[in-house]
Design a protein around this ligand. Structure first.
Ligand SMILES: C[S@@+](CC[C@H](N)C(=O)[O-])C[C@H]1O[C@@H](n2cnc3c(N)ncnc32)[C@H](O)[C@@H]1O
Length: 223
């Protein structure tokens, strides 16, 4: 028998989850608006935020829909999400992309307005996920593959170049991970969505954030 090598997610537990809660860049209301418009979300809708981490996008979605299921396979992430306070219509679920199909008996077919995957699809079997999600979506619903801009170490700015050099030298290997934000990954996801029968559209919501040095350093303590 041969050997199968599958990339596993690095530890998102322990201290990493604390750094996520404290320093992870959030999403502005405009992202919630864009998702609401794309899938005509209303207070009748349930949305699944898969790979929710400590709930950065979950909380943006909550006021716009009936309920949000924030789902993540890392208990520490969900623990931090709970600690930070949950909007009344958010439920935190322990589970990975491979568990999404198992929601079907509880939710029923066609119950979800959207499945959002924010900055987490690169850890998942995206083709299998896109197929598993289809029966759960209501007409007009869909999957949103959300990115939060380029990683801190790949920005087009002198501070980012310096950061990349320092961290690459610390790690002893060049730091070039795009976390799925690069064009090649995005095209691969779009092609897989089309192959699974979705109509695909891309949308950019531009936003800036001023980060302190503490936030930049804290933001690095996460994969
Ligand atoms: C970079 S964080 C993104 C968190 C949040 N969605 C955001 O946008 O800030 C990636 C998250 O994906 C989760 N994750 C890793 N592998 C996963 C899988 N197979 N299925 C679902 N989530 C996964 C991790 O536990 C982590 O919380």
């Amino acid at each position: 028998m041969g050997m199968l090598g599958r990339m596993t997610a690095p530890a998102f537990g322990g201290e990493v989850s604390e750094y996520y809660q404290r320093y992870r860049r959030g999403y502005p209301p405009a992202v919630g608006e864009a998702l609401t418009a794309a899938f005509t979300l209303t207070s009748e809708d349930v949305v699944l935020d898969l790979g929710c981490g400590t709930g950065q996008l979950t909380r943006v979605l909550a006021p716009r829909v009936g309920a949000v299921l924030g789902m993540d396979p890392e208990p520490a992430m969900l623990g931090q999400a709970r600690k930070a306070g949950s909007p009344p219509n958010v439920s935190w679920l322990l589970g990975a992309d491979s568990d999404v199909g198992a929601l079907s008996p509880a939710l029923g077919a066609g119950r979800l307005g959207a499945v959002t995957v924010a900055q987490a699809l690169h850890w998942m079997d995206h083709a299998r996920l896109f197929a598993a999600v289809r029966p759960l979506l209501r007409p007009g619903g869909g999957v949103a593959v959300v990115t939060n801009g380029e990683p801190l170490w790949l920005q087009d700015a002198a501070w980012s170049v310096a950061l990349r050099e320092v961290v690459s030298s610390y790690l002893g290997t060049p730091l070039h991970s795009t976390c799925g934000t690069d064009e090649t990954s995005q095209t691969r996801y779009a092609d897989a969505l089309s192959a699974a029968g979705y109509a695909v559209a891309a949308q950019v919501v531009a936003y800036d954030a001023t980060l302190s040095v503490e936030e930049i350093v804290g933001g690095l303590f996460r994969p």
